[in-house]
Design a protein around this ligand. Structure first.
Ligand code: P1T
Length: 377
C-alpha cells in the first residue's frame, strides 16, 4: 500500500459492534471477565487497550515495521529502550541529540552504571572507533536537534550488524513520511509522537517500532511492567492525525525550503542550517536517505541581540518549546531545549547563544517570511 492509504487505514477496521468507521476511544481501565481465566483477551487497561493497539499497528505500518509499542512521551519510550542494557554496558550515541535525551542518559542512566560515548556520528569512522567490548547499543538521531546533522543510516546499520549491536534511530524530525530507518537496515525506530506524527501540539506521546520479535517481546514487557502508557484519548488524537501526515509533511517541507532560501538570500543570518540547502555538508546524503528535507531550520544570527530581537518581535511564529505542529514555533536551544547540555559541548557543535530554531508550520509562506523580516526591522 502507499503511505497515505496505510496512514488512513492501517490498524483500523470498522468497529465490530456498531460499524463505527473511526476506531472508538476505549476509555476504560478494566474489562469484564466471563469466568475465572476466561476473557476476551483484554484484562486491564495498562496491558491492553484497543485504541492504543490501533495506533501501534498504524505507525508500525508507516515505519515498515512489524510492531509498534506506544508510550506516554518520547522520553518514556527512550527510557524503555534502556531496558535493553544493564549495568556495565556501553552505548555509542550521536553527540548532538535532543537535550532531554542527553539529560536522561548523562544525568540519570549513568547512575545505573551505563556509560555513553558521545561522538559525531555524521562520520561513520567515529562510530566504529567508539565501539568497545561492552558496547550494546548505537543510538542515532538524524537529522539532529537542533544542528540538523545527518548520519548515514545504511552505513551505521552495517557497522552495527558487523559488531552485533542494536541500532536505534530517533526519527522524530523526519517522521515516517520522509525517512524509514528500518528499510535502511536499522533495528529500532523511535518517535516523539508529540511532534510531526500528532502534528497539532495537543498531545505528548512516544512510540518504538521494530521488526525484531525479541526486541518487541522485551519492550512490550517493559511497557506493561513499568507502565508508561499513553491515554486512550491521546492515542485516538494521534491516530486521527496520522491520516493527514503526508499532506502536512509536504507542506512543512515546501514552506521550509522557501524560508531557508529566503534566509540565505536576504543575508540576515550568519549561517542557516537546513539539509535541503545545497551547501549543507550532507545534502547529497539527505537526498539519498530521505524523501524530503523536513520543516526544521536552525539559524545562527551571529549576534545574541539580533537573536533576542527576532525571538521577541515575531508575531506568527510563537516562542515556545516543541516542534512539528501545524503552527510555526521559534525557540532558543541554548537556554530552552538544550539547557542541560554543558556550554562547552554546545559550543563545540555550533549550538551558540545566537542560534535560533524554527519549526516551520503550514501557514501561508508569504506570511512567515514577512513575519521574520518585520521582526528584524
Ligand atoms: O517531549 P517528548 O515527547 O518526551 O519527546 C522527547 C524528544 C525526543 N526526540 C526528539 C528528537 C525530540 O525533539 C524530543 C522532544 N523535543 C522537544 C520538546 C524540542 O522542543 O526539541
Amino acid at each position: 500500500m502507499g503511505f497515505s492509504t496505510d496512514a488512513i487505514h492501517a490498524g483500523q477496521k470498522p468497529d465490530p459492534v456498531t460499524g463505527a468507521v473511526i476506531t472508538p476511544i476505549y476509555q476504560t481501565s478494566t474489562y469484564a471477565q466471563e469466568e475465572l481465566g476466561k476473557n476476551k483477551g483484554y484484562e486491564y487497561g495498562r496491558t491492553h487497550n484497543l485504541t492504543r493497539q490501533a495506533l501501534e499497528a498504524n505507525i508500525a505500518a508507516l515505519e515498515k515495521g512489524k510492531y509498534g509499542i506506544a508510550f506516554g512521551s518520547g522520553l518514556a519510550a527512550t527510557h524503555a529502550l534502556m531496558s535493553l542494557v544493564k549495568s556495565g554496558d556501553h552505548v555509542v550515541i550521536s553527540n548532538n541529540v535532543y537535550g532531554g535525551t542527553y539529560r536522561l542518559f548523562e544525568l540519570v542512566m549513568k547512575d545505573y552504571g551505563i556509560t555513553f560515548s558521545w561522538v559525531d556520528t555524521s562520520n561513520l569512522k567515529n562510530i566504529e572507533s567508539a565501539i568497545k567490548a561492552n558496547t550494546k547499543l548505537v543510538y542515532l538521531e538524524t537529522p539532529t536537534n537542533p544542528m540538523l546533522n545527518l548520519t548515514d543510516l545504511a552505513g551505521a546499520a552495517e557497522i552495527c550488524k558487523r559488531h552485533n549491536l542494536i541500532s536505534i534511530v530517533d526519527n522524530t524530525f523526519m517522521s515516517p513520511y520522509f525517512q524509514n530507518p528500518l528499510t535502511l537496515g536499522c533495528e529500532i525506530v523511535l518517535h516523539s509522537t508529540t511532534k510531526y506524527i500528532n502534528g497539532h501540539s495537543d498531545v505528548i506521546g512516544g512510540i518504538i517500532v521494530t521488526s525484531s520479535d525479541k526486541i518487541h517481546e522485551r519492550i512490550r514487557y517493559i511497557q506493561n511492567a513499568a507502565g508508561g502508557v499513553p491515554s486512550p484519548f491521546d492515542c485516538w488524537l494521534i491516530l486521527r492525525s496520522t491520516k493527514t501526515l503526508a499532506v502536512r509533511m509536504e507542506r512543512h517541507n515546501k514552506n521550509a525550503i522557501e524560508l531557508a532560501n529566503f534566509l540565505v538570500d536576504s543575508k540576515i543570518a550568519k549561517k542557516v542550517y537546513y539539509p535541503g540547502l545545497k551547501d549543507h555538508p550532507q545534502h547529497e546524503l539527505a537526498k539519498k536517505q530521505m524523501r524530503g528535507f523536513g520543516g526544521m531550520i536552525s539559524v545562527d544570527f551571529g549576534d545574541i541581540e539580533k537573536a533576542k530581537k527576532i525571538l521577541k518581535n515575531v508575531k506568527i511564529f510563537t516562542l515556545g518549546e516543541s516542534l512539528g505542529g501545524v503552527e510555526s514555533l521559534i525557540s532558543h536551544p541554548a537556554s530552552m531545549t538544550h539547557a542541560s547540555v554543558p556550554k562547552k559541548e554546545r559550543d563545540e557543535m555550533g549550538l551558540t547563544e545566537s542560534l535560533v530554531r524554527l519549526s516551520v508550520g503550514i501557514e501561508d509562506i508569504e506570511d512567515l517570511i514577512k513575519d521574520i523580516r518585520d521582526a528584524l526591522k
